[in-house]
Design a protein around this ligand. Sequence first.
Ligand code: NAD
Length: 277
Amino acid sequence: LMGEISVKKDISEMSLAFVGAGKMAQAMAKGFLAAGVVKADHITATAPSCRSQDTLEGIGCQFTHNNKEAVANSDIIFLSVKPHVLPGVLQEIAPVVTKRHLMVSVAAGVPLQFLEEKLPPKSRVIRVMPNTPCVVRQGASVYVPGSHVEKEDSEIIKSLLSSLGYCSESNEGMISAVTGLAGSGPAYAFTAIDALADGGVKMGLPRELSIKLAAQTLLGASKMVLETGKHPMQLKDDVCSPGGTTIYAIHKLESGGFRNLLIDAVEGACLRADAIA
Ligand code: NAD
């Protein structure tokens, strides 16, 4: 516990930069502020356009167009540009990266070896796969330490990401699968919520109520899985009474290939993550 506290104390003194001030960066910055683990005026975000400037300054963060300056003045650098933009950004910032910097890439499909090669020798690099529910501190993330990170670096990232939801250390061989399941997964759930709400509306419910019921139902089911520790199919069996409404619905889902579709979705995103690497 003492170790945890001392890491947290150190983090609150650290300065963070997001190189690439887009959706993922904003979700993480807002989550860190909601968690109270980082001070707003210790966060800088960068982008070539001014599109996200108001949002970031509105929550008390600094905004600049200057990547090198942001990197030079920060301790922890989140590389949060699109994967195809990252090589150019690495080349641009490499001259100002020193031993001081802990480099954290959230880019899908960009290997640690590539990141380490583009940065000065012995750079401390960690690869992270987060997801946007970080914004409400219900994210699901993994991190993979690079070859030159210290134990304390991993602890700092673990502590930061844990403030945004679930987080565990992983290895790089798993990261595309994590991308396919958790990185892209919120979009599958949003689509499911919208479709369930359509079902409610079709059967006569107002749209607003339908969306609330759909979202809360997925949230409740998720909490039951996490908090009871029961297998999801045990929980499914528990609500399927013989000849009842639920098993009729399950039959419809099975005839439509519901499970196959979800498996295909995870596989599709995973293979795409590998392809853009
Ligand atoms: P985004 O397009 O919303 O954000 C990218 C940001 O980078 C924009 O603000 C853009 O202006 C900025 N940018 C472009 N060129 C730049 C440059 N040269 N220097 C500095 N900034 C520059 O994209 P996003 O969805 O936030 O994704 C960012 C990264 O996060 C990607 O690599 C993606 O793989 C990863 N990621 C995203 C999600 C997600 O759910 N969105 C989940 C996991 C990982």
